[in-house]
Design a binder for this molecule. Structure first.
Ligand code: HEC
Length: 136
């Protein structure tokens, strides 16, 4: 009935399934990647070069390029917004752009980050961190 070969096959496929689950698999939902230190470093420099022009270096929505925008990027220190917004929404806006989440099309998609879920998660953490800064 169960010879050693089919047992080995079963064990291998169980192992493959366990690895797939552990690694998230291709359909892993956004919001679950946990960023490495390198991801955080990349997200920091990316935010400075690609996002701060509109969102401001401290996420207050007051970057120089925001002046001409309507609607303007929001202030990420706004705790009401932080509470009302899910991690998945933040990550989707970053990857697919503002229009994909019913926001301004001025917020461009970042398709090059599709292959970098850790960096997207680190950007999301960065946006969350602005909500934790205590106002003086
Ligand atoms: C050209 C200006 C501009 C740039 C550059 C830009 N954004 Fe935005 N972003 C916006 C605007 C405008 C909105 C939408 C505001 C609205 O519709 O309420 C937005 C929305 C978002 C949202 C959705 C959540 C929300 O309601 O604010 C996230 C998250 C976000 N941006 C992150 C980023 C990140 C991360 C980068 C850099 C990779 C970036 N943005 C670059 C202008 C910009």
């Amino acid at each position: 009935m169960i010879d050693s070969r089919s047992c080995l096959t079963a064990a291998l496929s169980a192992l493959a399934m366990a690895l797939l689950l552990a690694c998230g698999g291709p359909q892993s939902a956004p919001g679950h990647a946990s960023p490495s230190a390198a991801d955080r470093a990349e997200a920091d420099s990316l935010f400075a070069t690609r996002c701060a022009s509109c969102h401001g270096p401290n996420g207050e929505g007051n970057g120089p390029a925001a002046a001409g925008l309507d609607p303007k990027p929001r202030n990420y220190h706004d705790l009401t917004w932080q509470t009302a917004t899910t991690d998945a929404e933040i990550e989707k806006a970053i990857l697919d752009g503002g229009e994909a989440v019913g926001k301004s099309p001025a917020m461009a998609p970042n398709p090059d980050l599709q292959s970098k879920p850790g960096v997207v998660a680190a950007l999301r953490e960065k946006i969350r961190s602005f909500g934790q800064v205590r106002e003086k």
